[in-house]
Design a protein around this ligand. Structure first.
Ligand code: NAD
Length: 296
């Protein structure tokens, strides 16, 4: 099948690779030409623009950093919407329910179906085809793209209402970010009391405090002090902000969510938007008088 893929970053590169490995023709575009290089070696064709992708492929995936970038790439001047062959857009980015609704309305006016399919599972899940995908969109289009999406992982169809998949994803990411923040606090208490961090993680993972941070983030990226899990704190902040906005619109007060947003804002302002989201731990350590370069 002739597919298009826009945004070949950490997640997009791995997902486009799986579509190529499954035997599809994939035409790719990224504003950073270097992001496409590894995929060309695996058979991808590079397009010169977003528009060229939608002239060449009837089904186009996007995995882009910010909601406004998704909106511009899909609906903006010389965007996907003007492509000659385009029939279905699949947004794999975490862009929030408002952008999902805008894409659905804008594309429907041109007879193009909009499928939102934000993903969870990180770079490892993307490489191995083990993501979970929270899908929403018109049922007929969903049935058509289902085999493609199953190449990337396990889809959960959340219904036809635009935003249903995005809202599910924001809830998931709020919980994931909270797990990192509260694990950072708990671990720092133990370190200051003289406990061994590796032993603490072993105990937590055999006890009721275990969570995605104790099971994955600490063993892979915090205990070894590599802070390289693969998700930028700027993007994590974007997700938590989108979730807080969604909660406000629905009248749900977020005591814990607001605190996590504040910690992420400090992580981004202190360590930069490109720092890994696991670096939230360093902020908690510094606040506690520890040296994040030698905390234990
Ligand atoms: P990334 O920054 O690594 O990749 C984004 C890519 O988009 C980059 O290669 C960038 O050059 C490209 N890009 C930016 N503007 C563009 C434009 N106008 N046209 C074409 N290409 C453009 O980000 P990522 O970590 O791969 O995340 C992508 C999306 O997936 C985000 O919405 C993120 O929230 C979501 N996500 C990421 C992870 C993760 O673990 N990294 C997990 C789940 C979901």
């Amino acid at each position: 099948m002739d597919l298009g893929f826009i945004g070949l970053g950490r997640m997009g590169g791995a997902m486009a690779g799986r579509l190529l490995d499954a035997g599809h023709h994939v035409v790719v575009f990224d504003v950073q030409a270097s992001a496409c290089e590894a995929l060309v070696a695996r058979g991808a064709r590079i397009a010169a623009s977003v528009r060229e992708v939608a002239d060449a492929a009837s089904i186009v995936f996007a995995s882009l950093p910010q909601p406004r970038v998704v909106r511009d790439v899909v609906l903006g001047a010389d965007g996907l919407i003007d492509g000659d062959r385009l029939e279905i857009v699949i947004d794999l980015s975490t862009s929030g329910p408002d952008v999902a609704a805008q894409l659905a309305t804008g594309l429907r006016a041109r007879n193009i179906a909009s499928i939102e399919a934000p993903v969870s599972g990180g770079i490892k899940g993307a490489r191995e085809g083990k993501l979970s995908l929270m899908v929403a969109g018109p049922k007929a289009a969903w049935e058509r793209v289902r085999p493609l999406i199953e190449t990337l992982g396990k889809p959960f169809f959340m219904g036809e209402t635009p935003g249903a998949g995005q809202t599910m994803k924001l809830v998931n990411n709020l919980l994931g970010a909270c797990a990192i923040a509260i694990t950072a606090e708990g671990m720092t208490i133990g370190i200051k009391a003289g406990l061994d961090p590796a032993r603490m993680i072993e105990v937590l993972n055999a006890s009721t405090g275990r969570n995605s941070a104790t099971q994955d983030k600490w063993p892979r990226s915090v205990l070894p002090r590599s802070f390289d899990f693969g998700f930028a704190s700027g993007l994590c902040l974007k997700d938590v902000r989108l979730c807080v906005e969604t909660a406000v619109a629905l009248g749900v007060p977020l005591t814990v969510g607001d605190a996590v947003q504040a910690l992420l804002e400090r992580t981004v302002s202190t360590l930069g938007a490109d720092s890994d989201f696991t670096a939230m731990a360093k902020i908690v350590e510094s606040d506690s008088g520890l040296d994040p370069d030698r905390p234990a």
